[in-house]
Design a protein around this ligand. Structure first.
Ligand SMILES: Cc1cc2nc3c(=O)[nH]c(=O)nc-3n(C[C@H](O)[C@H](O)[C@H](O)COP(=O)(O)OP(=O)(O)OC[C@H]3O[C@@H](n4cnc5c(N)ncnc54)[C@H](O)[C@@H]3O)c2cc1C
Length: 462
């Protein structure tokens, strides 16, 4: 029988890698985990967590404005970027420390270095040149922002990795992209008082989302003075003055801004990882190909999280990690379940989505009933905000199963998490109808909208 240094070696100390390492080590397995940057990975260090903290900071401006309608007078409002960034950095450091402690407590060995495969059972620890063997390996190296290096002057642009390190708040920013990261930063910077322009190559933001939600976001951005230019890309960026960049756009115009943020997708971290030394296959986008158990083309090597490009979300990486541990160590082969992944976009207001969009549902079902509630939330009556809340439920007419819920409005993310439980249990429209409303809330619309707004039969609205 071969002897290995570790039962399990994990490359990448982010959401998925840390979970797999910690749980396996807690089961008594000999586990090593390599991290080349900071423990906690994208989510903790430069993704979900700092972004949400920044969103909280940004939301205050709207609260201050709204408070006037409720009788408040607030004087001398000022935002200090450096105070916020320093507080945020402290919190991220604290979380990183918690990750480190939890791994250490599980007795997994942390190697603070890049690791690369040199054969199917051996990884090289780059900082020390050590060669470590493992019976099983998990690749959880995540993904990195695509910076579009083909564009002239791309080195002058920043990505989401840099936003949390900016020493100064930009007075103006141009964001390229139409996905959730681009929109969230547009909303955040706008709330903080930065002048925002978004440039997007497509027609409408969030291409995979329900059309009605996409419409709301465009209306809201217009109302918030976030400039957006669609069907356009950046063609060149040059340094105009010490502080200003000049951005040439494919529509022939140019814009001068303090910063240019590229949010045009994320590329799986598979380059120079030594995958060829272990015969691990990638798809055309560079994502590691896995089977339904997250197994790569090598039986003993698994890959999970963003590096597989299945659904680039923290809970998905964590869920995959738990499934791999079940498969490897509990004699219980388990496939991750990708049905009904709830999603939020933390714009202001938020978007919360679970299940199919109307466009996707039409492809799948012949008969659909659509329930919509589009209303002014109670808070807006006194705050003076003209923004409305939208709740849309897509129901398969024959079975009455709810196949999609889409919310645009305050608290959408929190609502959609709970609705996902109901949908996971196979909720029918009648279950919602029989649920007592909680008044006064926005969420009560979900259980009090009894009549379909319209029906779709064989793809035709009736
Ligand atoms: C701005 C932003 C906002 C986001 N917001 C959300 C959100 O609100 N909700 C949500 O669910 N998801 C969000 N995400 C996505 C989420 O962060 C990722 O899906 C999640 O972190 C993926 O986890 P992972 O374990 O696959 O990879 P990661 O967390 O990226 O971890 C991979 C780790 O591997 C390390 N690494 C890479 N190569 C090597 C190597 N060769 N050797 C050693 N270490 C290596 C990296 O340094 C990194 O720490 C956001 C992402 C971004 C960028």
């Amino acid at each position: 029988m071969s002897y290995y240094d570790f039962d399990l070696f994990v490359i990448g100390g982010g959401s998925g890698g840390v979970r797999a390492a910690r749980v396996a080590a807690n089961m008594g397995k000999r586990v090593g985990i390599a991290e080349e940057y900071r423990l906690g990975g994208t989510c903790v260090i430069r993704g979900c967590v700092p972004k949400k903290l920044m969103m909280y900071a940004s939301e205050f401006s709207e609260h201050f404005t709204a408070s006037k309608g409720f009788g408040w007078t607030i004087k001398d409002i000022e935002f200090s970027w450096s105070t916020f960034i320093n507080a945020q950095k402290k919190e991220i450091k604290r979380l990183e420390g918690l990750y480190r402690t939890s791994i250490a407590n599980s007795h997994a060995k942390i190697l603070e270095s890049r690791a690369e495969l040199i054969d199917p059972h051996t990884v090289k620890i780059i900082n020390t040149n050590e060669k470590i063997t493992a019976k099983n390996i998990i690749i959880a190296t995540g993904a990195s922002p695509n910076k579009n290096e083909y564009v002239k002057g791309s080195e002058l642009c920043i990505t989401s990795n840099d936003v949390f390190e900016l020493e100064k708040q930009p007075q103006s920013i141009l964001i390229e992209g139409g996905g959730y990261i681009a929109l969230e930063f547009a909303s955040i910077f706008s709330g903080l008082g930065t002048e925002v322009t978004i440039v997007y190559r497509g027609n409408e933001f969030l291409p995979q989302f329900d059309q009605s939600i996409r419409q709301e976001i465009s209306n809201s951005f217009a109302h918030r003075n976030i400039k957006f230019i669609t069907q356009t890309t950046i063609t060149e960026v040059t340094q105009a003055t010490n502080n200003e960049l000049e951005v040439q756009l494919s529509n022939g115009t140019s814009v001068k801004v303090d910063q240019v943020l590229c949010a045009i997708g994320r590329v799986p971290n598979t380059k120079n990882l030594g995958l060829e030394n272990a015969n691990i296959e990638c798809d055309y986008k560079g994502a590691i190909k896995v089977d339904k158990y997250c197994r790569t083309s090598q039986d003993h090597i698994f890959a999970l999280g963003d590096v597989t490009n299945i659904a680039q979300l923290t809970p998905v990486a964590i869920h995959q990690a738990m499934c791999v541990v079940e498969t490897l160590y509990k004699d219980n082969p388990t496939c991750p379940d990708y049905e009904l992944i709830p999603t939020a976009v933390f714009t202001q207001p938020e978007i919360g989505v679970v299940g199919l969009s109307e466009e996707q549902a039409v492809q799948k079902y012949k008969e659909l009933d659509i329930y919509r509630a589009h209303f002014r939330p109670m808070k807006a009556t006194l705050s003076g905000s003209i923004e409305k809340t939208l709740m849309k439920m897509i129901v398969h007419a024959e079975t009455q199963r709810i196949v999609g819920v889409h919310i645009w409005g305050g608290g959408a993310a929190e609502m959609i998490q709970l609705i996902t439980i109901a949908l996971k249990m196979g909720a029918k429209k009648s279950d919602f109808d029989q649920t007592m409303a909680l008044h006064p809330t926005s969420a009560e619309e979900l259980v009090t909208t009894y009549t379909p707004s319209y029906k779709i039969r064989e793809g035709v609205i009736i």
